[in-house]
Design a protein around this ligand. Sequence first.
Ligand code: MN
Length: 205
Amino acid sequence: MTKKIHDRTSTVDRNTNETEIKVNVNLDGSGKHSITTGLPFFDHMIQQLSKHSLIDIDIKCNGDLEIDSHHTMEDVGWALGKAINEALGDKKGIKRYSFSYLPMDECLTRCCIDISGRPWLVWNVFLPNVTIKYIETEIFKEFFQSFSQSAEITLHIENIYGQNTHHIIESCFKSMAVSLRSAIQLDFRNLENVPSTKGTLTGNK
Ligand SMILES: [Mn+2]
C-alpha cells in the first residue's frame, strides 16, 4: 500500500488570443475524465491518456479552430503538462523512470519516460495519413513536444512498426499513459526521498 505524501491535484488556467484553456488533474485518480477541445479525435486520445494512466483529467478548451487545430493541440499539451508538473510538487517518493511497449493490432509503440526536470522529446513516429478528422497529423508531434516542455519530462516515443494512422497515434497516447502511470507512482521504499543523487528534479529552477 502506498500512502499519499500530499494532495497531488492541480488546476491550470491559460488564456491567450488563440486559446482559452482550463485543466484539472488528479494524479491519484481512477481515470475519470471530461475532455472538450472541439476536436473529437483529439478528445478521444486524451480520454485514452486518462483511462490508462489513472490520472483524472478535465479539460475545457475554446480555441481558434477556424484557423486550424495547431494552437488548440499545442496549448492543451502545454496546459496539461504544466498541471501534471505542478501536481507532482517536489517529486519526493515518485518512481521517476518508466517505459512501456504498447501493441495495438498491427502496430507496436514504445514510450520511455524520465520525470527528470529536463524537458526533451524524441519523436520517432511516421504517420502515413496527412490528416485525420480535421487534424493535420504532424500536429501530434507538437502536442507531445509542448507536453514534454511544460511537464519537464524526458519523453521518448517510437513507433516500432505499424500501418494504420489511427492505431499509431492512439498507441502513442496509450503507451505514454501506461509509462506515466508507473513513473508518477509513489515508491513505498523511497517515500521520503527525491529519486536523484543531485537531490532535486526541478531542472534549472
Ligand atoms: Mn481509437
